[in-house]
Design a protein around this ligand. Structure first.
Ligand code: GAP
Length: 454
């Protein structure tokens, strides 16, 4: 939210990310590569936090889910069996006039390359080809020969790596349905119309979990996972009013899915899919059984065989990254100064605290600040900053979402106390320097909700 009460724009978020080194356009010195991004220091820290919070909730804190890290390049037969070779396509049209490509099913939202821009097909000059199906998988070759026999794909989703390991995991991890396999890793899609910053990119990091259940239990587990995942996004601090669940109607669902819900976020571009939760039935295990000849089924202790059904929550770090920044962004005037503040939940904030000597050239303050920093950095990601006026240093930390700043001042030299400044309320209190580490650990465990909520 900006001071005027207007919602934040994607341009504002892109500019903050650039200015503070969260995200850079990739290959920039060579003119970039469409919709591809590199992450700077704070971007990496934020992504690490999202990934580790997901892993903690989905694996570490559960008895019924185990982890997997499968290869990015799989045997191409995997993608035949999964249906991606035949059907992972978007309809594409070219314009012979402006030479741009569009998704045929999204012409209403597209604009053409001419000035002033028009909707493709809107004017008699637009010369659109007939739609043709375009496969979104990136092709590559394995080995020295570059012919059809060596063709392979970069995975467009992590899920298939899980299905093909069902038997390994079920046997070796000694799990019986209901149980899940979770995986985090890069996926690649040659999107026709990437864009809106990180929202739709060609290379992204998916966090997917396939939950294998007895067929009769699938509807119940589907409801369960929609609830769990919505609750998880709330637990990251995303505001309730910006989250909703939208159930797909039958025309929208994949042919194998009996139920799918999107957890949507109100991005600056409108309500859009943040995470998908699907009841995939027995489709994937049955397909891989048929194509590989290996039976991917469960045999219960009474000898009854069945193909488990699958409930799948799937999300990318990129979509969460953008949602978190949009939700947290706030511009305000404090006193006579403007500040930009990222009100991120402390547990997702890239830096947990800043340690600031009030007068850096004062040896006593500088020494104590350095010692406190050395102590805290062993436990948390913290920053030591002695460059510039204290007000500027606070504002730098506000802009990257650091929840607390510990300031070492004259009084510290007298009574070994420091001030702690709260990013959201701007309240300051004093505490003993020896208690800072415990205070920070406690503060990170406290409940937090966005002060920007309605
Ligand atoms: N295994 C199921 C699957 O991949 P999906 O709806 O195509 O389903 C799941 O993708 C999630 O991956 C989406 O909800 C979204 O969070 C993320 N995602 C998909 N395509 C993306 C892209 N081009 N850029 C960023 N994130 C993407």
């Amino acid at each position: 939210m900006v001071e005027s009460g207007q919602p934040v724009t994607m341009e504002t978020i892109v500019s903050l990310c650039r200015r503070r080194g969260f995200v850079f356009p990739s290959s920039e010195i060579y003119g970039g590569l469409g919709s591809t991004y590199d992450y700077g220091h704070y971007g990496v820290l934020l992504k690490n936090n999202i990934r580790s919070l997901w892993f903690r909730t989905m694996v570490q804190e559960r008895d019924d889910i185990v982890a997997l890290d499968s290869a990015i390049i799989l045997n191409p037969s995997v993608w035949e069996a999964s249906g991606h070779v035949a059907g992972f396509t978007d309809p594409l049209v070219d314009c012979r006039t402006c030479k741009l490509r569009f998704r045929a099913d999204q012409l209403e939202q597209a604009s053409c390359g001419r000035k002033p821009s028009k909707r493709p097909g809107e004017t008699p000059d637009c010369d659109l080809t007939e739609p043709r199906q375009f496969n979104l998988m990136f092709e590559t070759h394995v080995g020295a020969l570059q012919d059809e026999s060596s063709a392979a794909y970069l995975r467009p989703e992590t899920a298939q790596g899980i299905f093909i390991n069902f038997k390994n995991v079920a046997q070796l991890a000694r799990r019986k349905p209901p149980f899940g396999i979770a995986q985090v890793g890069k996926s690649f899609r040659n999107e026709i119309t990437p864009g809106n910053f990180l929202f739709r990119v060609r290379e992204f990091e998916q966090m997917e979990m396939e939950f294998f259940v007895p067929p009769g239990e699938a509807p119940r587990w589907y409801e369960y996972w929609v609830d769990q995942r919505l609750g998880w996004h709330r637990s990251l601090g995303l505001r309730d009013e910006n989250l909703r669940v939208r159930e797909h109607d039958a025309s929208e669902r994949s042919h194998y899915s009996s139920a799918t819900s999107d957890i949507e976020y109100l991005y600056p571009i409108g309500w859009q899919e943040l995470e998908g939760v699907a009841n995939r039935g027995e489709f994937d295990l049955a397909q891989h059984t048929q194509h590989s000849g290996t039976k991917l089924e469960w045999i219960d202790p009474d000898g009854n065989r069945y193909t488990p059904h699958v409930i799948e929550p799937a999300v990318s770090i990129e979509r969460i990254f953008v949602a978190l920044l949009c939700d947290a962004y706030h511009e305000e005037v404090v006193g006579d100064r403007e500040r930009v503040v990222l009100r991120l939940h402390p547990k997702v904030a890239p830096v947990k605290a800043a340690i600031l000597p009030l007068i850096p050239r004062d040896e006593g303050m500088a020494g104590r600040a350095r010692a406190l920093y050395e102590e805290l950095r062993r436990h948390q990601v913290v920053e030591h900053d002695e460059g510039g006026q204290i007000g500027r240093r606070y504002r730098r930390q506000d802009e990257i979402g650091t929840p607390w700043a510990f300031t070492i001042d004259e009084q510290t030299l007298e009574d070994e106390t420091v001030t702690v400044r709260d990013r959201d309320s701007l309240a300051q209190e004093r505490l003993p320097i020896s208690g800072v580490r415990a205070w920070l650990d406690d503060a990170l465990e406290r409940d937090w909700s966005s002060p920007q909520s309605d």
